[in-house]
Design a protein around this ligand. Structure first.
Ligand code: F6P
Length: 349
């Protein structure tokens, strides 16, 4: 039986989104299904904005960053009649299935729609933050990690030439995956993450210890979600000044690197500079690893649609692509395991 399959991309854009769109579309078209793209995440289903996806639409998009469908942080549960409109448009557009590609927020909506309305949805785990439970890795993370590692490599030369402390602020929201992994890969001398916040005093001590060993420069990687933590027990989360929360209740993080750099310079007397990588980590072409993972996720999602396995998400377990319940994937954030941070700490100071 033919099906009309819709695809949407929600939340922050992420390298590999187009690779998923291409794979789901290609496999579904091969089955004789009709495929449509929903514009700008859940907003497109609230407002009924869809576009056809055919062979031509997906041609040449594999290496392209961003998403050809557009994205938004729209939460139908926060809009008046939002959920009713989603259901109405799914009905009027005769959608038999929806593939929702997103992180905890987008997939959280998908999971609720499935649980509360038996909505025929399959999820694909996307985010540079790699903070989704249920899967070993999300696609997009490898690209962000690669960008951050290259930045650390480049900052090393300036740090060394000028005898400076270079602070690098990376994204990751409330988990430190990008910070820890790029810090290990780039040989960071101190890494500060939300899960295991060392104090500002400890970070300065590590830097001083390094200088005492004759190393006149240091690289410090800090995750945007790290709360400045002091030996006194005082803690401070740095958010962007006028930031309001989004429809999922998230504050806009960013700025901790600046404050930390000032603290380090004042406390150690070493000249310090800060680099905030920001959206550069999310932009541009996906790494080969992300293209492959996104493609395998897309093919699996198309198969889950074919089998009618609603309320599931594609996931990576070891080397295998499997299905897991959407509910499990959005239940809690996947934190950096302590042993990863322990490995990184071996090289502090
Ligand atoms: O979730 C991905 C992410 O890039 C986070 O690391 C970051 O905190 C957030 O999105 C930034 O969101 P925006 O693009 O809305 O500023």
């Amino acid at each position: 039986m033919s099906k009309r399959v819709a695809l949407l991309t929600g939340g922050g854009d992420c390298p590999g989104l187009n690779a998923v769109i291409r794979a789901v579309t290609r496999r579904s078209l091969d089955r004789g299904y009709e495929v449509v793209g929903v514009r700008e995440g859940w907003r497109g289903l609230v407002e009924g904005k869809l576009q056809p996806l055919d062979d031509r639409a997906i041609s040449g998009i594999l290496p392209r960053g961003g998403t050809i469908l557009g994205t938004s942080r729209t939460n139908p549960y926060k809009l008046e009649d939002g959920v009713e409109l989603v259901l109405e448009h799914a009905e009027s557009e005769r959608l038999d299935a929806l593939v929702a590609i997103g992180g905890e927020d987008t997939l959280g909506v998908a999971s609720r729609l499935f649980e509360e309305h038996a909505f025929p949805v399959v999820g694909v785990p996307k985010t540079i933050d790699n903070d989704l439970s249920g899967t070993d890795y999300t696609f997009g993370f490898d690209t962000a990690l690669t960008v951050a590692t290259e930045a650390i490599d480049r900052l090393h030369t300036t740090a060394e030439s000028h005898n400076r402390v270079m602070v690098v602020e990376v994204m990751g929201r409330h988990t430190g995956w990008i910070a820890v992994m790029s810090g290990i890969a780039g040989g960071a001398d101190v890494i500060l993450i939300p899960e295991q916040p060392i104090t500002v005093e400890e970070a300065c001590r590590d830097i001083q210890r390094r200088h005492e060993r004759g190393k006149d420069f240091s690289i410090v990687v800090v995750s945007e979600g790290y709360e400045l933590t002091y030996a006194s027990g005082e803690k401070q989360q740095i958010v962007q000044a006028q930031a309001a929360t989004d429809q999922f209740g998230h504050v806009r993080l960013g700025g901790v690197g600046d404050v930390l750099a000032r603290e380090i310079e004042e406390r150690t007397g070493y000249e310090t500079r800060v680099t905030v990588l920001g959206h550069i980590q999310r932009g541009g072409t996906p790494t080969p690893r992300d293209r492959i993972l996104a493609t395998r996720y897309g093919l699996k999602a198309a198969d889950l649609v074919y089998e009618g396995h609603w309320g599931t998400m594609t996931a990576l377990r070891g080397d295998a692509i499997v299905e897991v319940p959407l509910r499990d994937a959005v239940a809690e954030l996947k934190l950096v395991p302590p042993e990863f941070y322990e490995a990184a700490k071996t090289f502090f100071g």
